[in-house]
Design a protein around this ligand. Structure first.
Ligand SMILES: O=P(O)(O)OC[C@@]1(O)O[C@H](CO)[C@@H](O)[C@@H]1O
Length: 302
């Protein structure tokens, strides 16, 4: 089983407008959706669609917290969130003719005690892997992630911002930065695949056994103790990029859970993520074709 921990989940409100926003004008639309979101939750959603046993945990509160639980349970995804006093946040993506605009609320303030409760809940599921992903709510420091990684015998995977990556002190099985996070965590300028792999190696030396980095248009790289791999992005029509990194990670972890090679895992991640960017919000597209499509993705070794 792969458990996800989302410390600062969100309801994702995605709204599509036919024209650019104009100051002082009311934009009207029938195209909008609400998804259960937050990076760990998304990983669980995509893992479930790929047939991997998963439970979504973390912190949730208020009406939007209830919405999250209800949505996930309707989709057949097991949840075990610790209830907090504050209200789970609403994150907004506005898709217009001229771009993709994302507004993320900072979320509620949380007490450190809730973190120990998540550790207790995780132990009940005895997961092989725990994925801790997304931002931290106010009141929760990076040490909370180290404590969760240490709270049981699982391998821990993190998808957190660059500053948090640098602050972590534990040993991690994998981290998944995007280009900006990789540059921030290693304090380097990254220009191309070789730079990204060099930065990934720097993170490996810092306690992350494997690094998968999403590079946007340039696809993704993976650095492991044995290999340096690059897979190009697939040529698809992008509706929005929300959830792209989460689905890359889910594809990699699903293949890894099936005992597949690093190259197959990277292909699987790129294939899943190319489906997710083709739909709006963090909805889960049909992923049944992924195992056929990934064979067409050429992975280069560096
Ligand atoms: O504010 P964070 O925690 O960094 O990111 C949260 C978020 O933008 O990430 C997901 C997409 O990756 C969305 O579901 C969610 O709204």
């Amino acid at each position: 089983m792969i458990a996800s921990v989302t410390l600062n989940p969100a309801v994702d409100y995605t709204v599509e407008l036919p024209d650019p926003l104009a100051d002082g004008a009311i934009a009207r639309t029938d195209e909008y959706r609400y998804d259960a979101g937050g990076k760990g939750i998304n990983v669980s959603k995509y893992l479930a669609a790929l047939g991997v046993d998963t439970v979504a945990t973390g912190l949730a509160g208020g009406r939007l917290g209830r919405f999250l639980r209800d949505e996930l349970s309707t989709d057949g995804i097991a949840t075990d969130f610790v209830e907090i006093e504050g209200e789970t946040r609403l994150n907004t993506t506005v898709l217009t003719a001229d771009g993709e605009y994302k507004i993320n609320q900072n979320g509620p303030r949380v007490s450190g005690v809730a973190i120990e409760t998540i550790g207790e809940r995780l132990r009940e599921y005895d997961p092989e892997t725990v994925v801790i992903a997304g931002s931290r709510p106010k009141g929760v420091g990076p040490d909370a992630i180290d404590r969760l990684a240490d709270a049981g015998p699982w391998e821990t995977v993190v998808d957190v911002d660059g500053a948090t990556l640098s602050a972590l002190e534990g040993e991690y099985a994998l981290c998944k930065p995007n280009l900006e996070e990789l540059a921030a965590a290693t304090d380097t300028r990254i220009d191309g695949v070789r730079d990204a792999l060099a930065a990934a190696d720097a993170l490996r030396a810092d306690g992350f056994e494997r690094v998968v980095a999403s590079l946007g248009d340039e696809g993704a790289v993976m650095a492991t103790p044995e290999r340096h791999l690059h897979a190009p992005a697939r040529d698809v029509t992008v509706v929005d990029t929300v959830g792209a990194g989460d689905s890359l990670l889910a594809g990699v972890l699903a293949a890894h859970a099936r005992g597949e090679s690093a190259a197959q895992a990277l292909r699987s991640g790129v294939a899943v993520s190319s489906h997710v960017v083709s739909v709006s919000g963090t909805q889960v597209p049909p992923l049944t074709d992924v195992s056929n499509e990934r064979d067409a993705i050429a992975v280069s070794t560096y």
